[in-house]
Design a protein around this ligand. Structure first.
Ligand code: 13P
Length: 253
């Protein structure tokens, strides 16, 4: 059965002490209230806090993910982080192709495909983001955009490799704007994505793929979003920086 996942993407937020407080706060909450049996929480802090986060996760209340990885194996790439390094720190997940990286750092679908390859070579599960910008939605091009992103970024994989992928549909117009996709809009495109996967890899692979929604997801709308048959959780930005909000979202399944 596919997992319900709630992943916190902290982006470039929190100083060291604040990160420590946030993780501790989440742990305290989780010690008091159990999440659903099929629910997985993933914390994706900035690189410098990965080790601290992993140390806290030893009692396995949550998994740990990075927010990015370089598309090369290793070498003279000043300031970059490799999949090999993440694997050596036992990091289990990594966000790839977030719209902020596509927009501000010029990431292309081809680069995202290489990043996915490096991660899979090092046994790290990619959380691959897709989603359209506002003008594309207004022109009703969201299906074409998402199809291109998924086809070019992921469809070179074997079915077995694809089984390691988590998808995050994040409409760019909903990220950090307070404007959430309606549950019907989310369901429509999630079903479209699952259908694309089924056409390429078969129904079983499609049924087992977790497809997360991201974009102004909060405790007040998480339940309605997650209630849809093809919405398997969320990739949470702003609300993952608050203990109560994040844990309440994780309890919304
Ligand atoms: P917000 O939840 O802040 O809208 O961010 C969503 C996101 O980009 C998660 O990756």
């Amino acid at each position: 059965m596919r997992k319900n996942i709630v992943a916190g993407n902290w982006k470039m937020n929190k100083k060291f002490d604040e990160a420590d407080d946030l993780i501790n706060g989440i742990l305290t909450e989780l010690e008091e209230t159990e999440l659903g049996e099929n629910t997985l929480m993933i914390l994706c802090p900035p690189f410098p806090y990965l080790e601290m986060c992993s140390d806290y996760s030893n009692d396995s209340y949550f998994a740990v993910g990075a927010q990015n990885v370089n598309d090369n194996e290793r070498g003279a790439y000043t300031g970059e982080i490799s999949a090999e390094m993440l694997e050596s720190m036992e990091i289990e997940y990594c966000i790839v192709g977030h719209s902020e990286r596509r927009a501000y750092y010029g990431e292309t679908d081809a680069m995202i495909a290489r990043k996915v390859d490096r991660l899979l070579e090092h046994n790290i599960r990619p959380i691959v983001c897709c989603g359209e910008v506002l003008e594309e939605r207004e022109a009703n091009k969201q299906f074409d955009v998402v199809k291109r992103q998924i086809t070019d970024g992921l469809f070179h994989l074997s079915a077995e490799q694809f089984g390691q992928i988590v998808i995050a549909y994040e409409p760019v117009w909903a990220i950090g704007t307070g404007k959430t996709a309606t549950p019907a809009q989310a369901q429509e495109i999630h079903a479209f994505i699952r259908n694309l996967i089924a056409e390429k890899y078969g129904k079983q692979v499609a049924d087992e793929t977790s497809i997360l929604y991201g974009g102004s997801c909060k405790p007040s709308n998480a339940k309605e979003l997650f209630a849809n048959p093809d919405v398997d959780g969320g990739l949470i930005g702003g609300a993952s920086l608050q203990v109560e909000d994040f844990v309440n979202i994780a309890k919304a399944f």
